[in-house]
Design a protein. Structure first.
Length: 284
C-alpha cells in the first residue's frame, strides 16, 4: 500500500514527539521518514480564508522551505493546503499530518496534493489504515503538528478555527507561537488577532520567523536572472535595508515615483516583492 509504521522504539521516531504529553504510540508513514529528524516549523490556519490569508500561507511555506525548514501542516482545505503548496513550489520539504488513516484522503480534493507530498515529503498519521475522519481526530492530530515543530505560525484563523487548538498545544509544549496580524474587519482573522492580544508573537515580516530560528533567508537563484536592470537596483535597495516606501526607493535609485510603482507592480507579479501598508518587502 506504500505505507510503513514507525513505533516509539524505532530509531526514526522523533525525539521531540516523545517529550510531548500523550505522544503517538505509532506513526503510519508515506514518504521520507528522514524528515522527522529535520528542523520543522508549522504553518496552519482556517479552512475559510481570505485572499490575503491564502497568499500569506503560500509565501510563508515557500520562504520557510526555501530556507531549509520542513513545513508541517495538516493538509486541510484552506490555509494548510496553501502552506504545503508553497513549500513544494520552493523545492523544499513538507510533512502532512492527517486526521484520518494513512490510506485515506480528507478532503478528497487534496488527493493529488497528498500524492505529491508522499513523493517529495512525508505524510503521517497516528491512526490505523481505514480509520475515517471524525470531530475528535483532527484536534488530536494537532498536538503532533505542534510537537514536531520548533515554531508554529497561525496565518489566518477565524473564531472557531482548529488552528487555535494547535496554538494552545504549542504553548503548552514550549513552542514559539506566531500569528499574522489581520484586519479587524476580516472575520477570517478574528482568532489570529485574539492570539496576538493574548501574547502570541506578531509575524510582521516573513523573514522574522527565520531570523528568530537563526536561519538566513534564501534568495532564489533565478531572481537575478529574471530581473531587468532597474528591478535589480530596487532589489538591492530592499536587500540592504529591509522594507521601503516608494518614495524611499525613488530617492535611492533616482527614478520617478510612477516608474518605480510600475516596476514594483511587475516584481510583485513575479513573486519577488510584496506590498502592504504602503511598504514594499522582499517576498522571499
Amino acid at each position: 500500500m506504500g505505507w510503513f509504521v514507525i513505533d516509539m522504539d524505532d530509531a526514526r521516531y522523533p525525539e521531540v514527539l516523545k517529550g510531548i504529553k500523550d505522544p503517538p504510540e505509532k506513526l503510519y508513514c508515506m514518504g521520507d521518514a528522514g524528515l522527522l529528524a529535520t528542523r520543522c516549523a508549522a504553518v496552519v490556519g482556517s479552512r475559510k480564508f481570505s485572499e490575503n490569508g491564502k497568499r500569506t500561507a503560500y509565501d510563508i511555506g515557500k520562504a520557510a522551505a526555501g530556507a531549509g525548514l520542513t513545513v508541517v501542516s495538516g493538509m486541510a482545505r484552506g490555509i494548510d493546503t496553501f502552506a504545503h503548496e508553497g513549500a513544494l513550489a520552493a523545492g523544499g520539504k513538507t510533512i502532512a499530518v492527517l486526521g484520518t488513516g494513512i490510506d485515506m484522503c480528507y478532503p478528497a480534493a487534496n488527493r493529488d496534493l497528498k500524492e505529491r507530498i508522499a513523493h517529495d515529503g512525508l505524510v503521517i498519521s497516528e491512526l490505523a489504515p481505514g480509520r475515517p475522519a471524525s470531530k475528535y481526530t483532527f484536534p488530536r492530530r494537532n498536538r503532533i503538528i505542534s510537537g514536531l515543530s520548533e515554531a508554529v505560525v497561525i496565518c489566518e484563523a477565524g473564531l472557531n478555527s482548529g488552528s487555535l487548538i494547535t496554538a494552545g498545544l504549542a504553548e503548552e509544549q514550549g513552542r514559539d507561537v506566531y500569528a499574522v496580524p489581520g484586519s479587524i474587519y476580516n472575520p477570517c482573522a478574528i482568532g489570529s488577532n485574539m492570539l496576538l492580544r493574548d501574547g502570541a508573537m506578531p509575524l510582521v515580516v516573513i523573514d522574522d520567523l527565520l531570523h528568530d530560528l537563526g536561519i538566513s533567508p534564501m534568495r532564489g537563484a533565478s531572481d537575478a536572472e529574471d530581473m531587468g536592470d532597474d528591478e535589480k537596483r530596487i532589489y538591492e535597495v530592499l536587500s540592504a535595508g529591509g522594507e521601503k516606501s516608494v518614495d524611499e526607493i525613488c530617492r535611492a535609485v533616482g527614478l520617478a515615483p510612477e516608474t518605480v510603482s510600475g516596476i514594483v507592480t511587475v516584481m510583485e507579479m513575479k513573486g519577488i516583492v510584496w506590498t502592504a501598508l504602503g511598504k514594499i518587502f522582499l517576498a522571499k
